[in-house]
Design a protein around this ligand. Structure first.
Ligand SMILES: NC(=O)C1=CN([C@@H]2O[C@H](COP(=O)(O)OP(=O)(O)OC[C@H]3O[C@@H](n4cnc5c(N)ncnc54)[C@H](O)[C@@H]3O)[C@@H](O)[C@H]2O)C=CC1
Ligand SMILES: O=C(CO)COP(=O)(O)O
Length: 328
C-alpha cells in the first residue's frame, strides 16, 4: 500500500463518490467537494449518495463539504470528477484553492463542445501551473463504489508522476496501470461514449446483435484513425481506456450512453435522462474528424442522428450503402 496522502475529490456525482470510496479503501485521507448540501449531509451522515449510487454504503471517513477551499486545503492529489462540458469553468473558479504541488487528475470523458479541446487541454488552460493527469478505463461507478474488481489507466506526461499516481490510486480491488500517453487515454474515453450511443440506438431499433458488433468494430476503426491523427499511441487505443472501455460501454445497459442510445432507438422520451457525455461530444468529435480528414462515418451518423437530421433507419442504410472497400 502507498503512503497515506490527502486526496481531494471535486464532484459529488456517481463517479466522484465512487472514486472517493476507492481512495478511502486504499488508505488515504479523503475529502469530497459537492455543490449540493443534501448530498454532502447524506455522505457525511448515512454514508450513502442515494441520488447517484442507490443504497451502496461508502467506507467510513470520507469528509464531504460544499466548501471547495476546505476540501482542497493541503491536498496531495486532486481528482477532478466534474462533467466534461463544465470542467473548464469549474477549474478556473477553483484555481486559487488548488495547491500547485498537487497533480490534478481529470476523470471526465468528453471533448469540450464549444472549443474541440480534450480534457487535458481544457485543464491546462484553467490550471496552467499544475501537473495534469487523466484517469480513464472500463469502470462503472456502481461497481467501483461496491469495491468490485476494476482496472483503469492513469496517464501524465511525466512517467514517474504517472507511476506514483497509479500506486496511490490503486486499491484492494482497483488496479491502475500507468501511461505517459495523455492524449490516447483521454481520446478513448471521449469517443467510446459516442460509439455507445450508436450501438444502443441500433439495438434499441431492433437491428440485432450482429449489427451491434459491426458498429463496435467499425467504430473502433474510427477511434484508431482519429488516435493516429492526434498522436495517440496505438497500444493505448488497444488498451483499457480505448478498446476496454468501448467494449464495456457498448454492451451494458448500465452505461448511460448506451441506455441513451437504446431509448433513442426505441423512440422513447429523452428528456430528464442521466448524464450521457456522448451527446455533447458527438457533434464536436465529428467536426474534429472532418478537420483532420479522418473518415468517421459512424461518428458522423451519430452526430446527425442526435441532431435530428437523419433517422436511425436512414443512418444505417447510408452506412451499408457506402462503397465497398478493404478492411482497415
Ligand atoms: N459514472 C460512471 O460510471 C463514470 C463516469 N465517468 C465520467 O465522470 C464524469 C462525471 O460523471 P458522473 O459523476 O458519473 O456524473 P453525475 O451526473 O453522476 O454527477 C456529476 C456531478 O458533477 C457535479 N457538477 C456539475 N457541474 C459542476 C461544477 N461546475 N462544479 C462542481 N460540481 C459540478 C454535479 O452536481 C454532479 O454531482 C463524466 O465525464 C463521466 O463520463 C467516468 C467513468 C465512470
Ligand atoms: O465511462 C463509463 C464506464 O467506463 C461510464 O459510462 P456511462 O457514462 O455511459 O455510464
Amino acid at each position: 500500500m502507498s503512503p497515506q496522502r490527502k486526496i481531494a475529490v471535486l464532484g459529488g456525482g456517481a463517479w466522484g463518490t465512487a472514486l472517493a470510496a476507492n481512495s478511502r479503501r486504499a488508505g488515504h485521507e479523503v475529502t469530497l467537494y459537492a455543490r449540493n448540501a443534501d448530498t454532502v449531509a447524506e455522505i457525511n451522515g448515512a454514508r450513502t449518495n442515494s441520488r447517484y449510487l442507490g443504497d451502496v454504503v461508502l467506507p467510513d471517513g470520507i469528509r464531504a463539504s460544499t466548501d471547495a477551499a476546505e476540501v482542497l486545503d493541503r491536498a496531495d492529489i486532486v481528482l477532478a470528477v466534474i462533467p466534461a462540458q463544465s470542467l473548464g469553468g469549474a477549474l478556473k473558479e477553483l484555481r486559487p484553492a488548488v495547491p500547485v504541488e498537487a497533480p490534478v487528475v481529470l476523470c471526465a470523458k468528453g471533448i469540450e463542445r464549444t472549443t474541440g479541446r480534450r480534457m487535458s487541454e481544457v485543464a491546462r488552460d484553467s490550471l496552467p501551473e499544475h501537473r495534469i493527469g487523466i484517469l480513464s478505463g472500463p469502470s462503472f461507478a456502481a461497481d467501483v463504489a461496491r469495491g468490485l474488481p476494476t482496472a483503469v489507466t492513469v496517464a501524465t506526461e511525466d512517467e514517474s508522476v504517472a507511476a506514483s499516481l497509479a500506486r496511490a490510486l490503486s486499491g484492494p480491488a482497483f488496479r491502475c496501470y500507468s501511461s505517459v500517453d495523455v492524449t490516447g487515454v483521454e481520446l478513448g474515453g471521449a469517443i467510446k461514449n459516442v460509439l455507445a450511443i450508436a450501438a444502443g440506438a441500433s439495438t434499441g431499433r431492433g437491428f440485432g446483435a450482429s449489427a451491434q458488433a459491426a458498429l463496435i468494430t467499425r467504430g473502433f476503426a474510427e477511434l484508431r484513425r482519429l488516435g493516429k491523427a492526434v498522436g495517440a499511441r496505438a497500444e493505448t487505443i488497444m488498451g483499457l481506456s480505448g478498446l476496454g472501455d468501448l467494449m464495456l460501454t457498448c454492451s451494458s445497459p448500465q452505461s448511460r450512453n448506451y441506455s441513451y442510445g437504446l431509448a433513442l432507438g426505441r423512440g422513447e422520451d429523452l428528456s430528464g435522462r442521466p448524464l450521457a457525455e456522448g451527446v455533447a461530444t458527438a457533434p464536436i468529435a465529428s467536426e474534429l474528424c472532418e478537420r483532420l480528414s479522418v473518415k468517421a462515418p459512424i461518428i458522423d451518423a451519430t452526430a446527425a442522428l442526435l441532431d435530428g437530421k437523419i433517422t436511425i433507419d436512414e443512418a444505417v442504410e447510408a452506412l451499408l450503402r457506402r462503397p465497398l472497400k478493404s478492411e482497415d
